[in-house]
Design a protein. Structure first.
Length: 292
């Protein structure tokens, strides 16, 4: 049995246990996937939580908000995605040390191409410059983004990401909420990588009056699948990409790492699109027209 985990804050409703256990069962490899939730835990010790999982025989763990940057810093070995992005959402307990990978980066590229094909990303408003924001920003660099306009409450974090992206050859600049609202009609994409819209952080991260059918909109939040931002985008006629897509594609990429010593990659490939279809049907389709 492969023992896996997820460490994060407010993850009680995460679908990750179901995804990894479902994928393992489809491939004849039993998986146990446990949650380590920091919500309500005073002085939560992230490094100690990781050490405890390793001591208890886990193969590895996923990491989510707000620990992705700490996960990258904690690792002994950093994969290409982590070196590029600077954050990690997957930790593996290898014999030669703690290895960090970033499947948000690879997962977003796969999700975007699955829904939008070769459509250039264009000029994009990026909301949130934390762990997933960094990963998606770097992924957009592979998807022909012409400029990233970063909207982030933490000015230092925004400036650091802008500097790092420009150093990679990805054009980026920080914007204020007022600038974003004014310029949004001229841009092509909107990407929410903040927690706003999540069941624990309800709301909409921007004023959506500037959205139109000329836009494409992605929300990293998938609980609920129908966020206020995506609902507004759909009403405006924009193309949308659900956080469910990122959830599935990044989860499969993480599973590839977790199971590398017992399952060949080509065995996993045929299960990816059926898995996506399952979660779209379970999380997106039922409430497609349920908003008041």
């Amino acid at each position: 049995m492969i023992k896996l985990g997820l460490v994060g804050e407010g993850i009680a409703k995460s679908q990750s246990p179901d995804l990894h256990e479902r994928l393992g069962a489809s491939l004849g490899e039993p998986v146990r996937y446990d949650l380590v939730d920091s919500l309500g835990v005073s002085d939560f010790d992230f490094p100690n939580a990781i050490k405890k999982l390793r001591s208890e025989g886990y193969r590895g763990t996923n990491v989510t908000f707000p620990f992705k940057e700490k996960a990258a810093q904690l690792a002994d070995i950093r994969g290409e995605g982590v070196r590029r992005v600077g954050t990690a959402n997957t930790l593996l307990f290898d014999a030669d040390g703690l290895r960090a990978e970033n499947t948000d980066y690879t997962g977003f590229i796969s999700a975007y191409r699955h829904s939008f094909g070769s459509q250039p990303a264009g000029e994009v408003l990026l909301i949130g410059a934390g762990g997933v924001g960094r990963a998606v920003a770097c992924a957009l660099g592979e998807l022909n983004v012409s400029c990233l306009h970063i909207l982030e409450r933490d000015a230092t974090r925004a400036e650091n990401l802008s500097r790092d992206l420009n150093a990679m050859g990805i054009s980026a600049a920080c914007v204020t909420p007022e600038q974003a609202q004014r310029e949004l009609p001229k841009w092509q994409g909107v990407v929410n990588c903040s927690p706003i819209g999540h069941i624990n952080h309800p709301g909409c991260p921007i004023d959506t009056t500037g959205l139109s059918d000329q836009h494409w909109v992605f929300d990293a939040v998938y609980i609920p699948a129908h966020t206020e931002l995506l609902n507004a985008a759909q009403r405006a006629g924009a193309k949308t990409l659900s956080g469910v897509d990122l959830f599935v594609f990044q989860g499969v990429d993480a599973f590839r790492f977790f199971s590398a010593d017992c399952i060949a990659p080509e065995q996993i490939d045929p299960h990816v699109i059926p898995l996506r279809t399952h979660y779209i049907e379970q999380l997106v389709a039922p409430s497609a027209h349920s908003e008041p």
